[in-house]
Design a protein around this ligand. Structure first.
Ligand code: AHG
Ligand code: MN
Ligand code: MN
Length: 358
């Protein structure tokens, strides 16, 4: 017979308390409310978590399952080769939001136009923007990949079905985050009240709080960039990389998946760069479902996100798949990169004035 008069020992109490801090409970705690909006956000996050669990399950067994790995043979709207896992993960997010009454539109890297769920539209006031698999090149070799998500409230009626209201700055985001499929599956999110990380406990099938109120160090040792593009960058980016080569205390880390690289920087500090190149002056990364959600998250953790000349959060896209250069991470490190860009620009302007006078 259980003696309820006898208190549990402290360690059990601590562990049970920790295990009860699930993602949906955390969202409600953060909002201090059971209002309709709070319930919506909590339900949204639970569905995103379900998508994460479904994708993690397939990734875990990918080498053993028919048709999980490799290319589909198609290219997406970005002109990039589509992998079977991209298609699967894209569909997972659609499926978890069908009949949810929550999300009326989804927009993703893998779909040229927004996807409407008409039965949700009279109710669903939210839009989900997402990168279903970030770092697809890692999928076939069993390295870490991620999913990135952002939630925006629908502005107005979208009567012509063009989702033109999505072409707004990042301050419109009401929640953002990523799921990292690594040795553990982790979900990191913010609803504008700090950044919190959850680890999937497979025995419970629940994301359990593992780090609360993460603060990114103001400076860190890591610089994370594809140096194979060195000769395609503009001079100030090359100047910055020459600077880190010549100074002690820097170390390079680049995994090929933005989510993994940002996760490291969030906890340990440093800077991630995907600058423009000669061929692609806007860089590679897409604003609405890659750069803006991560900028929201990193700013919530006390860091900074920039194109090099403008805050990422202020950039207004001109179409759904707009790209921007991205410099993201510890405040001091991002500012240092920006200072190289500003210095070069000043020198060029001075040179132009001298030439025009001379
Ligand atoms: P995605 O797989 O969604 O297309 O994103 C890949 C992105 C990003 O995760 C990563 O940092 C970068 O592309 C890698 O690109 P490079 O191979 O050009 O370095
Ligand atoms: Mn990506
Ligand atoms: Mn992707």
């Amino acid at each position: 017979m259980v003696d309820f008069e006898q208190p549990l020992n402290l360690e059990h109490e601590y562990l049970l308390d920790r295990d009860c801090t699930t993602l949906s409970r955390h969202v409600l705690q953060q909002l201090h409310s059971f209002s309709a909006d709070a319930q919506d956000l909590s339900a949204l996050m639970s569905r995103i978590a379900l998508a994460g669990k479904l994708i993690a399950r397939r990734l875990t067994r990918a080498g053993l399952v028919e048709d999980a790995l490799g290319f589909t043979g198609r290219t997406n709207v970005q002109g990039e080769s589509v992998k079977k896992m991209d298609v699967f993960a894209n569909q997972v997010f659609i499926s978890v939001f069908e009949q949810s009454g929550l999300v009326c539109r989804l927009a993703s890297e893998e779909m040229e136009k927004p996807y409407y769920i008409p039965e949700n539209c009279p109710l669903g006031r939210y839009t989900l923007l997402y990168d279903p698999i970030d770092g697809s090149s890692n999928v076939d070799i069993n390295l870490n990949v991620g999913s990135i998500f952002s939630i925006r409230r629908q502005q107005g009626e979208d009567q012509d079905g063009t989702a033109a209201d999505l072409l707004r700055h990042g301050h419109d985001q009401i929640a953002a985050g990523y799921i990292l499929y690594g040795p553990s599956t982790m979900l990191v999110y913010s609803i504008g009240k700090g950044v919190h990380a959850f680890t999937l406990d497979p025995s419970l099938g629940e994301f359990i709080l593992s780090s609360e109120n993460i603060q990114i160090p103001t400076h860190g040792p890591v610089y994370s960039v594809n140096e194979g593009n060195f000769w395609q960058w503009s001079e100030p980016i090359r100047d910055y990389i020459r600077y880190v080569h010549r100074h002690e205390g820097y170390t390079a880390r680049y995994s090929g998946a933005l989510v993994g690289d940002i996760h490291r920087i969030l906890f340990q500090g440093g800077v991630f760069l995907y600058p423009g190149t000669v061929k692609k002056p806007e860089g590679k990364l897409r604003l609405l479902y890659e750069s803006a959600p991560l900028a929201y998250l990193v700013e919530q953790a006390g860091g900074k996100a920039s194109t090099g000349t403008q805050d990422i959060m202020d950039v207004i896209p001109d179409h759904l798949h707009t790209r921007t250069p991205l410099i993201l991470g510890s405040r001091e490190d991002v500012e240092l990169v920006e200072s190289f860009i500003a210095d070069r620009r000043r020198q060029t302007e001075e040179q132009t004035v001298l030439t025009s006078k001379g």
